[in-house]
Design a protein around this ligand. Structure first.
Ligand SMILES: [Zn+2]
Ligand SMILES: [Zn+2]
Length: 172
């Protein structure tokens, strides 16, 4: 007795000759069982996408389709497709909610961003007493700070008070 080949999907043994196995694997019965097998592991989203692209199977509706999972028409009824749609939509929304950061996370992130920003953009941003941020289009060279009061007024670092106590002169 020669070697035997066993097909898991079909629960069938046959002579282990390459041509016999190849013919078996091409067979409708085998392909149907393989497809049924993998259909069980497909996620609803994949099934929905596949089935939405197919036209409904007329033969299957009459109970006459022999192709099962390998039929190029859909064996899902409109009701089943709708149920799948609802299921997938519900799954998506729970996923979305899970991905949403909590208020604490957002607040923490904002605080970190504020700190790193004021460090990297030193001198270009200023927070006034109303909590409004003013961003200056230039960067103050910190070297000037070491000269203190000996600097000409135009090179002194601007302080918030300089803006608050400004009196505007009317030019004629
Ligand atoms: Zn098989
Ligand atoms: Zn069919």
């Amino acid at each position: 007795m020669g070697k035997r080949y066993y097909c898991d999907y079909c629960d069938k043994t046959m002579v282990a000759s390459p041509s016999i196995v190849r013919t078996h694997n091409k067979g409708v019965v085998h392909q149907k069982l393989v497809s049924d097998h993998y259909q069980k592991y497909k996620d609803p989203k994949t099934i929905l996408r596949e089935e939405s692209n197919k036209k409904p199977c007329v033969r299957f509706a009459r109970g006459e389709c022999q192709f099962g999972g390998i039929c190029r028409f859909s064996h899902y009824t409109q009701e089943q497709i709708n149920a799948l749609k609802q299921y997938v939509a519900a799954q998506e929304s729970t996923k979305l909610n899970a991905d949403q950061p909590s208020f604490e996370d957002l607040y923490q992130k904002l605080q970190t961003e504020k700190t790193t920003k004021s460090q990297t953009n030193e001198g270009t941003a200023m927070y006034d007493y109303n909590g409004v941020t003013h961003v200056f289009p230039w960067v103050y060279n910190p070297v000037f700070d070491s000269f203190g009061d000996s600097l000409p007024p135009s090179l002194k670092r601007l302080q918030i008070d300089d803006f608050l106590n400004t009196t505007f002169t009317d030019w004629g």
